[in-house]
Write a protein of this length. Structure first.
Length: 276
């Protein structure tokens, strides 16, 4: 499909259309990186003083989902940019609309994860005794979450999902849908594969402090590391080792973890007062 697009371009106007297509792809990548940079800037500004450590209270649904969408744009757009550029090269139209719709579908998929996480947190909050209090089970649940995430890195399901993220051509060819609605659907499907790849890393972020800029940056770096470096096995084993070490430290000596906010008292800080 890519070859046929190149042949059409060369046959109808020489190299000029091909250069125009390349400029469009570069523009899309630059736009996604710019949006990610804006997302990081906004997140850093908005989250100052909000890190309550593991299992930070999420505030209201509307506030958290808004923050989550910006966080996902900041964390995920750099690593998904090559896929969006490839999708753009495979479309007949040189308009940026369909690639941006593809990106929107991807973001919608990750938004559903944020809503689900909020639902789980809300359900947990209804249990008497605050089970995620740091001086209760919270510390042990957080450590176990990191260790489970490390184990998941080495499972066949993780390997399949990561393969879709690292080599998206097969996914695009096998799931192709035409038109704007098709772009949205394909973006959502690719987002679903990415969720399968990265859900454990996102769970680790909640276990370390979802409002922590430091841990957000570390998790985003691990996601990009897994998806973009050539040595696939090295990436997964290194990520698994990192999560395992963090999990053991969180259980055995949380005070030795630089950047970890250890909650004071029995309950996590509330953030409702920070909601609009």
């Amino acid at each position: 499909m890519i070859a046929s697009a190149q042949e059409r371009a060369l046959g109808t106007g020489g190299l000029a259309p091909a250069f125009a297509a390349a400029r469009t792809r570069l523009g899309l990548v630059a736009l996604l990186f710019a949006l990610a940079a804006v997302g990081w800037w906004w997140t850093v500004d908005e989250m100052q003083g909000m890190d309550g450590g593991p299992w930070t209270d999420l505030g209201t649904l509307a506030w958290f989902v808004g923050v989550w969408i910006v966080m996902m744009a900041a964390m995920m757009f750099p690593s998904v940019a090559p896929t969006v550029a490839l999708y753009s090269s495979m479309t007949k139209s040189r308009s940026p609309v369909t690639p941006l719709l593809f990106t929107s579908g991807y973001l919608i998929a990750w938004t559903s994860v944020g809503v689900f996480a909020f639902g789980v947190a809300t359900a947990g909050g209804l249990i008497s005794g605050d089970p995620l209090a740091w001086d209760g089970a919270g510390r042990w649940v957080a450590g176990a979450t990191l260790i489970v995430a490390a184990v998941y890195e080495l499972t066949p399901l993780k390997d399949v999902c990561l393969g879709k993220c690292r080599s998206p051509l097969g996914f695009l060819l096998g799931s192709w849908r035409s038109g704007r609605s098709g772009a949205l659907q394909m973006g959502a499907r690719h987002g679903a594969w990415c969720i399968g790849c990265c859900w454990a890393l996102m769970a680790s972020l909640f276990a370390l402090g979802v409002m922590s800029i430091l841990w957000m940056a570390i998790v985003a770096g691990l996601i990009a590391f897994e998806k973009l470096i050539p040595a696939r096995r090295t990436a997964t084993y290194a990520t698994a080792a990192t999560l395992l070490i963090l999990g053991v430290l969180l259980l055995a000596a949380p005070d030795t973890m630089p950047g970890l906010t250890v909650p004071a008292g029995g309950s996590m800080p509330q953030m409702d007062q920070m909601s609009p």
